[in-house]
Design a protein around this ligand. Structure first.
Ligand code: SAM
Length: 288
């Protein structure tokens, strides 16, 4: 029976193992059963599903996932949590814990191994420092995914949904909007965690599109253009692309491609919509 969502049990386990929280791993453990229920239901977890959980902590959400999913693969970096997970997940035979850094794992290989290459669901209460690389990595790495339901800082959830004109608009916004439909499941205040974080959090579900909202011939090229533009966001798009070692085009080709968008030659990359980045990228694919 899942029993850890209750703060009393979480504190008992932490004291029993004299667990020391590591700030560098973004360890804030969830202690609110309503939020846990909402995550399971928003992700639409059924016994047909294989779920990848990133950072199980002491196993709070893992217990819920194990009760609803067919299989759970949980990847945890902190070795000190392994004996705790042994105890809290003892009753579940459909959970595999892998002690590793998720950023170093080949997730496509995991999906092959544990789900025969069929799409998985990803659920996580993500540490702040890996939010952007993990989400961009999952989508850009073409990992077969149904949906990703994650707890992130409220500000990051907002960043995923904004367009040009916001200071928060960036590569993460464009990646999320190209690959998935975002939906805010819940706003979660600091008192739902031990220890309390300094900022509010939100659960966001990203449902992977079967067909992205814009047609891009070479998505890898589009995201190279996006990165080059936002790496130097105070520069014009033209200079940003020109100065980037990842963009193999001449100054003339870059000028021509920007002209094809019928925008000012001094436009900044941060002013371009997803649709304009798509057109820019397709122009290079077709003409350069
Ligand atoms: N899922 C638990 C919960 O909701 O209570 C814990 C969430 S806590 C915010 C983040 C977890 O991710 C911690 O257990 C932390 O040790 C783990 N973690 C941090 N960096 C990681 C990484 N690179 N790879 C795998 N796990 C990581």
């Amino acid at each position: 029976m899942a029993d850890l969502g209750n703060p009393k049990h979480t504190i008992e386990i932490i004291q029993k193992y004299q667990f020391a929280f590591q700030k560098k791993f973004g360890q804030n453990f969830l202690i609110d059963t309503h939020v846990l229920d909402k995550i399971i239901s928003a992700a639409g977890i059924t016994k047909e599903d294989c779920v990848l959980e990133i950072g199980p902590g002491i196993g709070t959400m893992t217990q819920y996932l194990a009760e609803h999913a067919g299989r759970v693969v949980a990847v945890e970096i902190d070795t000190n949590l392994l004996p705790i997970l042994d105890e809290t997940l003892k009753g579940y035979d459909n959970v595999t814990v892998i002690n590793n850094d998720i950023l170093k794992l080949d997730i496509n290989k995991l999906v092959d191994e544990y789900n025969g290459g069929r799409p998985i669901k990803v659920v996580a209460n993500l540490p702040y420092y890996i939010t952007t690389p993990i989400i961009m990595g999952l989508f850009e790495g073409d990992v077969p995914i149904d949906n990703v339901t994650v707890m992130v800082q409220k500000e990051v959830a907002d960043r995923m949904q904004v367009g040009p004109g916001s200071k928060d608009y960036g590569a993460l916004s464009l990646a999320v909007q190209y690959y998935a439909e975002p939906y805010i499941v819940a706003n979660v205040p600091p008192n739902c965690f031990i220890p309390r974080p300094n900022v509010g959090s939100a659960v966001i579900r990203l449902t992977r599109y079967k067909e992205p909202p814009v047609k891009v011939e070479d998505p890898k090229l589009m995201f190279k253009l996006v990165r080059a533009s936002f790496n130097q966001r105070r520069k014009t798009l033209q200079n940003g692309l020109n100065n980037s070692p990842d963009i193999p085009y001449t100054k003339e080709q870059i000028v021509e491609a920007i002209e094809s968008l019928q925008v000012s030659p001094s436009v900044r990359g941060e002013a371009l919509t997803l649709e304009q980045f798509a057109r820019l990228s397709n122009y290079f694919t077709e003409n350069a």
